[in-house]
Ligand binder design. Structure first.
Ligand SMILES: *Cc1c(COP(=O)(O)O)cnc(C)c1O
Length: 469
């Protein structure tokens, strides 16, 4: 299996190479040259498989023999084993909870950091450790986080011998739970930087560092852990199959509603559909940072100022993975995408032709919610079921209810975070107390923290990284 860039000008890479890269050298994102396709009979034969067994069947064709099957199975086992006391805590890995008639919530927050990003980053951490040991190579991970990505990446990589991980978060602008989930991990290879700036400043510094890596010692390179990394998308395809099989797929179609920021999670759902899984609707659910909803509903993909919402993990101005979608929508023509992205970057428009817009609208429904509506949904669902949604999941549930074409098709709303991560929204929805943290995190506020407070100055941050590796 070869991986190619969405902008058509970077060299094709192998699976292992793509795992160790960020953006392609032409500025594009890597994507498999061809997608595996499974027949209905084959998918049907997977009914009743464990999450790990299913993950192997779906991931193996992407790895395409570069990692021996037995080793790949071991990596998957290490990532989703519930017995270690460190990873996923629920036997079902991704439990389904019914919240209405033929409406389900897929709990993707049973991992160590209580957000769906653990699905990809537990696996990516193990994969990196394996590939780097084999190559006798050391790398530096550098990432920016507004909250969930950083903690999931740190949990995924804390035991990687050949990885030093540096996560930048905006000083005093992430929640206490989110900060402590990162800063209480005290392994020697984990470095938290609280930068005196906002999330965009952190992100820009990481981007600039990827573009010029000369500050690193010889032989070291940066690896990306945001959803630009193909392995993250790949690992997320699995739970679409898992949920469908649990609800009678592939003999019947299932729909999914996905709280969306960078378009990574819902893109995995689109890929599942392309790989043969019968999916009826794919709903893009956004908060007031609604570029994707505007694009799909109104062909308006203009940048708007970032608004801080009650669902901060979806506060994103431009969704990076949408480029992967645009690549498919334009017949996988890298030259077209390069041109589109160059124009967009220069402050131009990115409007879709009628054909492309129609194609996009046939693949996706979309809906946007304000903070007030989000709070109402948390309250309504709690009143009718005593089930407490986090604000991101609430957006997915309401988007599903508003756009659903048929109540005969099961609707699965992806629950991307545990409500205890976002007490502010939950309180506003009328809960008297903060939602309780799960058992394994009860002592979070008693644990020792370690982090470095640095100025918004790239030379200073890079000097710090140099001094630690
Ligand atoms: C990251 C995140 C999202 C958005 O996921 P994308 O893959 O960026 O679309 C939604 N909800 C939560 C809780 C997240 O952490």
């Amino acid at each position: 299996m070869k991986y190619i860039s969405t902008r058509g000008e970077a060299p094709a890479l192998s699976f292992e190479e793509v795992v160790l890269t960020g953006l392609a050298s032409d500025g594009g994102l890597y994507i498999p040259e061809t997608l595996p396709h499974f027949s209905k009979e084959e998918i049907a034969s997977w009914a009743g498989l464990s999450y790990e067994e299913l993950a192997f069947n779906i991931i193996a064709p992407f790895v395409d023999g570069e990692i021996p099957d037995a080793d790949l199975k071991a990596l998957i086992h290490a990532s989703y084993d519930t017995k270690t006391g460190k990873g996923f805590r629920h036997e079902a890995i991704a439990p389904l909870i019914q919240t209405g008639h033929n409406e389900w919530v897929l709990e993707l927050f049973q991992g160590p950091t209580l957000a769906f990003k653990d699905f990809a980053l537990q696996f990516l951490g193990n994969l990196l450790d394996y590939v780097l040991k084999k190559r006798d190579q050391k790398v530096v991970i550098m990432g920016a986080t507004s909250g969930d990505t950083g903690s999931a990446a740190i949990e995924g990589c804390r035991d990687c011998e050949n990885v030093d991980i540096f996560i930048l978060h905006p000083y005093q602008r992430v929640s206490d739970v989110q900060r402590r989930q990162m800063t209480t991990v005290l392994e020697d290879n984990v470095y938290n930087i609280a930068m005196k700036g906002n999330f965009d400043d952190c992100q820009n510094m990481v981007k600039a560092s990827f573009a010029d890596q000369s500050f690193l010692p010889d032989g070291r390179q940066l690896v990306a852990v945001n959803s630009i990394n193909w392995a993250r998308i790949m690992a997320q395809i699995v739970y679409y199959f898992y949920a469908s099989l649990a609800l009678g797929g592939p003999h019947r179609s299932v729909s999914f509603s996905v709280p969306t920021g960078n378009f990574g999670d819902i893109f995995a759902g689109y890929l599942a559909k392309q790989m043969g899984l019968p999916i009826d609707q794919l709903v893009i659910a956004t908060n007031c940072n609604d570029i994707l909803h505007r694009c799909i509903s109104n062909n308006d993909h203009t940048k708007q100022p970032l608004v801080h919402s009650l669902s901060p993990s979806m506060d994103i101005m431009v969704s990076s993975n949408f480029e992967r979608m645009l690549f498919d929508l334009h017949g996988r023509d890298g030259a077209v995408i390069k041109q589109m992205m160059d124009t967009f970057k220069d402050g131009g428009d990115l409007s879709l032709s009628n054909d492309v817009l129609e194609k996009a609208q046939s693949l996706f429904s979309s809906y946007r919610l304000s903070d007030e509506e989000t709070i109402d949904v948390i309250r309504d669902v709690f009143d009718s079921t005593e089930y407490l949604l986090d604000p991101h999941t609430a957006i997915g549930v309401q988007a599903a209810r508003k756009t659903r074409r048929s109540t005969e098709v099961p609707m699965v709303c992806l629950a991307t975070a545990h409500p205890a991560k976002f007490p502010e929204a939950v309180k506003k929805a009328g809960q008297a107390e903060d939602p309780a943290l799960p058992h394994h995190m009860k002592d979070l506020f008693d644990r020792e923290e370690r982090y470095e407070i640095l100025e918004n100055d790239i030379a200073g941050v890079q000097a710090f990284i140099q001094s630690q590796i």
